[in-house]
Design a protein around this ligand. Sequence first.
Ligand SMILES: *Cc1c(COP(=O)(O)O)cnc(C)c1O
Length: 386
Amino acid sequence: MHKNTRLVNAGAKEALQSIKTINPPLHRASTVLFDSYEDMLKANRGEFSGINYGTSGLAAQKAFEAAMVELEGAHGCKALQSGISAIAMVLMAFTRQGDHILICDNVYGPTRHFCTGFLTKYGVKTDFLPSSAGADIAGFIQENTRLIFMESPGSNTFEIQDVPAIAEVCRDKGIVSVMDNTWATPLYFNPFEHGVDVSIQSATKYITGHSDILLGTVSTNEKCWDAFKQCCGLFEAFAAQEDCYQALRGLRTLAVRLKHHEQAALDVAGWLEGHEMVESVIHPAFESHPEHELWKRDFKGSSGLFGFTLKEGFEDIDHAPFVDSLELFGLGYSWGGYKSLITGGKFRRSNHFGYEGKTIFRLNIGMEDVEDLKKDLAQGLERLKN
Ligand SMILES: *Cc1c(COP(=O)(O)O)cnc(C)c1O
């Protein structure tokens, strides 16, 4: 064999060895080799059940998806390149021209924008449900309503929907029910146990947990799996192997991390509730939350993301001295990672919370010591006094 041929083939046999690590191997592949010509001919006819290309999902992706199926009690799961691409794929998989869909008013902004900016182009019309919707949604449903999308609690304003009641209405009327369950993760809320058809996670948040990966998952029940799988197949949608590997690794420690986020957030939220300048803390696990009873009924825990508003006098002023002085809270989007973060803004939502037009600060409580976090917030709030 000539040198150039050797260069191409050297080490190839060793590369195919399977070594039994407890974590999945990281394949880097477009091409996946068939064992026989017969298998290739099957693949040509669409009858091959194995992995035949990099887009089919390689070992780390398959392992992560299998873990999500088990965790959620789903029929199937697909990992996609980000939370929003997971959401977009679901909305495309279950709608067609002429359909009507209902989206809860408190959804993640880009979800809303995908509906109003993209689906409209293909003749799918979106209306919005109140953020605290429940069984009383009959009046919103039309003849051609195909899908209802929930996000509970909303990740900016924390309204909670009566998910089982909405899912039941959907089941009766043959509507696909979808839930963005990122806040609670499958550990603290299981969409399938509450009758939902499709469960979405932005694995970017708690599952990967370190603010360094973008990844999403879609899990469905048996009824919805084929339609969803087919749509993913047409897009040849897949996720990066390194990201799936990290997500699987994230699952191994999710329970302990989430417990810490929960306890630390409850601690900081409780302290804020007693602060002289704070008007209300918006935390589903607090009795003061307008839908606290629903949270208590349906959820197994709370995560590390909540909001608060300031009292009159501190409400409609320049908040920059507070936010910019914070040393431990990063000023940035996303959440679920080890570092505490803050965002702020005004939200207009159809709910009965009574803070429309007010600034809501949202805290992601990370892994720092809670006393240091409180001290940081205290010194920051103090700066609004002058
Ligand atoms: C962040 C987020 C998303 C989008 O996830 P990305 O991975 O950032 O695209 C979707 N839904 C909720 C509730 C989120 O917080």
